[in-house]
Design a protein around this ligand. Structure first.
Ligand SMILES: [Mg+2]
Length: 316
């Protein structure tokens, strides 16, 4: 069946640069793809994060360029080393045959990202007023004793129904991880401690994930379907944070979560509304109960989070 592929790269600036383990991240670059077959149109979004192990934007463009404006491309073979492209193609094919998603997020379903450091002590109040009940606080960026004292103060201020996720981005030592777990012990507000150690320390992570302690979640360790499968097969039974937009095939992700009965938290890779709708559709299936890791809404100056594929395509 004649199927036409086209793509348009995009750049969008964050309102304030994000601090990542790899330095400042000031603008999100990605690619919107468009498929057309027999008058039906579908959109998908390639939103790579190279420091999470995905393809680079250049590699994604190299994949797209030879396909552009050609026909008879079905089926699309996407190499496994291009997980963001694989997700985008699958989402676009899916949207060819389905009516567009219009999934709305209520604040209670979204985990609000709080600032690192002492600012956390009051920063939870505004998102709480808006209806958020789950919060994420990044730890590991300040001296341990300081962070632990802020943590105690935060826990004493949070309302009883609030839930708190601590995300270390793999930046703690084994000893520090144990100290954090001790500090969390007995605090009902703590939902989980996320990626205390780097992915290379899987055995230590397994040992720390004790059923009687605060649950652990893996994030950086399970950035794509191959890594997720590897960890689940090795017996990881804690929580897994998945970013579908960079994980590869959504069908494979879904099948893995089902097969291993994975306790998944679905998280954003800072997509536009196009990628987000595809991610949300998946989240309904693989993570219906835990709050979604989608920050607190608009991080960019533009209004692209609220545009349909067609509308965004016309802007680029
Ligand atoms: Mg994380």
């Amino acid at each position: 069946m004649p199927l036409r592929f086209d793509y348009r790269p995009y750049v969008r600036a964050f309102k304030s640069p994000l601090q990542t383990a790899h330095g400042r991240w000031a603008q999100r670059e990605g690619i919107l793809i468009r498929l057309e077959v027999e008058g039906r149109v579908g959109f998908g979004e390639i939103a790579p994060i190279p420091w999470f192990g995905t393809e680079t934007l250049d590699q994604a463009e190299e994949f797209c360029a030879p396909l552009a404006r050609r026909v008879d491309l079905s089926p699309f073979p996407v190499p496994r080393n291009l997980p963001a492209c694989e997700f985008a193609i699958a989402a676009a094919l899916q949207s060819l045959s389905a009516s567009p998603y219009h999934l709305k997020l209520v604040p209670a379903r979204v985990c609000a990202l709080l600032p690192a450091g002492e600012a956390v002590l009051t920063a939870w109040e505004e998102p709480w007023q808006k209806g958020h009940r789950t919060f994420k606080w990044k730890i590991g960026g300040y001296p341990l004793d300081l962070e632990l004292s802020w943590f105690e103060a935060l826990c004493s201020r949070l309302p009883a129904s609030a839930r708190l996720r601590l995300d270390a981005n793999g930046g703690l030592t084994l000893e520090e991880s144990q100290q954090w777990l001790t500090a969390c012990d007995g605090k009902a507000a703590i939902e989980f401690l996320e990626q205390p150690l780097p992915p290379s320390q899987l055995n230590d992570l397994m040992a720390l994930n004790h059923p009687s302690l605060t649950p652990l979640a893996l994030d950086e360790s399970v950035a794509n379907c191959d890594q997720l499968e590897n960890h689940l097969r090795k017996g990881w039974n804690g929580i897994v944070v998945v970013k579908p937009a960079i994980a590869g095939s959504p069908h494979r992700l879904q099948a893995l979560c089902r097969k291993y009965n994975a306790d998944a938290v679905v998280s954003s890779a800072f997509e536009t509304g196009v990628g987000r709708q595809a991610v949300l559709a998946l989240a309904e299936d693989i993570s219906p109960h835990r709050a979604l890791g989608f920050g607190t809404g608009d991080r960019c100056w533009d209004d692209w989070d609220h545009l349909s594929g067609e509308e965004l395509w016309e802007r680029l």
